[in-house]
Design a protein around this ligand. Sequence first.
Ligand SMILES: *[C@@H]1O[C@H](CO)[C@@H](O)[C@H](O)[C@H]1NC(C)=O
Ligand SMILES: *[C@@H]1O[C@H](CO)[C@@H](O)[C@H](O)[C@H]1NC(C)=O
Ligand SMILES: *[C@H]1O[C@@H](CO)[C@H](O)[C@@H](O)[C@@H]1NC(C)=O
Length: 583
Amino acid sequence: MGALVVIGVACAWLLLLQLAGASHVVYKDVETEANAANVPPSIVDPLLRTGFHFQPPKNWINDPNAPMYYEGWYHFFYQYNPKGAVWGNIVWAHSVSRDLINWEAIETAIEPSIPADQYGCWSGSATTLPDGTPVIMYTGINRPDVNYQVQNVAYPRNRSDPMLREWVKPEHNPIIVPESDINATQFRDPTTAWLASDGQWRLLIGSAAGGGARGAAFVYRSRDFRQWRRVPRPLHSAATGMWECPDFYPAAPGRTVGLDASSAPGRPQVKYVLKNSLDLRRYDYYTVGTYDEKAERYVPDDPAGDEHHLRYDYGNFYASKTFYDPAKKRRVLWGWANESDTRADDVAKGWAGIQAIPRTVWLDFGGKQVIQWPIEEVEALRHQPVTLRDTVIKRGEHVEVTGIQTAQADVEVSFEVSSLLAGAEPLDPALAHDAERLCGARGADVEGGVGPFGLWVLASANLEERTAVFFRVFKAAGSDKPVVLMCTDPTKSSLNPDLYLPTFAGFVDTDLSDGKISLRSLIDRSVVESFGAGGKTCILSRVYPSLAVDKNAHLYVFNNGKADVKVTLLTAWQMKKPLMNGA
Ligand SMILES: *[C@@H]1O[C@H](CO)[C@@H](O)[C@H](O)[C@H]1NC(C)=O
Ligand SMILES: *[C@@H]1O[C@H](CO)[C@@H](O)[C@H](O)[C@H]1NC(C)=O
Ligand SMILES: *[C@H]1O[C@@H](CO)[C@H](O)[C@@H](O)[C@@H]1NC(C)=O
């Protein structure tokens, strides 16, 4: 396919691998490709298209942009290719909602139209000015040959229109351009701005330092939202490669109520979360720490935090962004989940990419980590609950949950395990810090001591196909605290070849002292989005069964550990389809 092979799509950025030392970048004509008469049929069944996850009727989507609440409406923008199911021709598509679940697509909000964005309108954020005016700042590409990045603003044409249908780009764009010490191709994705105690605006821009070896979040300061000046030293930096889509927000440990970014600076007891999307690894990592306004520095509480122990989600979840919802006084997280099928399948099926269910986020009591839970509004889609109570599942057994269709379901289950440490298998010290490799080595079908136990979702009648979402308990040498692993194992999820099906895993910060642990999975045909221990560890996985489709999808609870596991309560609901952008 020529000198270049497309190997992935960055946060609004196409990563190109040069094979033959070609000296310029060539983009494939995605429009021609998508319209080609001889598109092969997709192996992905049309019945695997998701229903209650956010998506447009067709085509490619990636990063969530500028989520906000305005005059009774939630606004959501996203990176969108109006011409096909692969990355390219990116504009800001716009949808509005009363409840973050039922969506109506409206006019494109931002598309190339000025010199400062004529080659691309990439990701950005919204800020509400003190007089209530929302303003969007986004990355524009202003050169044809290289992805040279500048930052632009856009304002609503008519503030009386709660839909904010039209956006105007003022003459003074671009308003931030990279200075000579910044690599102009690594300078993007401005955050929501906040007012610091000195009454001046601050915002962050994702970037790199040290010739690309370090990720950096640069602070910009402004009095009038028009003239911005960079603080020379970044707010924070670490040896991880480029940081895309930074997000930075205050949170009070143990309080589910959210904080507006401008209300927090200088308040004691308030911690900050700094999230970055790592261009090299394609995952969203965060730390919790303190923000020193005067020094314009952020310091993670855990000195090793920058080595990236914490991720929002240990599966397919990238380029995420939060916003403060003043209507419900909560902070809500959006994240993009890409496909795990092939590019050819995406072209053939005509769509690629979904958004995860928006999650309410807050800090745990200790202020150590973010807790995430699907927004309560999603529960309005539940119907026909079925339950399983006080059911002991013995070694090697599984129990089917019947009575509803489970291709689109919300499942909540509480487990109780006894004989905790005595029965747990020893933790291999070589894998003690690598959940993903540990899960790869000790998958759902490898018998353990306590666990693996959990759910088989999107399973076929004879279990040839099944996606396992489970826990597994280990005992570390010289410690009496159990190590709990949460894992999604999709290696048996489909009989189809050519799918990307890695095992995804994260550790769960719990000592299981009462022997109890919970799991919730939102199943939506080709996505399984799971929340362990009340939202301490989350894993979103894309799977494409060939048999376990529609009415043929089954749900089981399984236990492949030696120790008994009790399901104290399992409730599963079928999910209704919300309004989804006219699809
Ligand atoms: C602004 O929006 C409001 C509400 O939709 C509408 O009634 C009004 O006509 C609009 N004004 C202009 C100038 O378009
Ligand atoms: C700037 O970043 C690009 C990647 O976007 C990289 O290829 C290039 O080498 C960098 N340039 C310098 C001078 O570091
Ligand atoms: C999603 O797709 C898989 C398989 O192609 C890639 O390995 C991931 O890097 C990609 N994720 C993102 C965020 O682009």
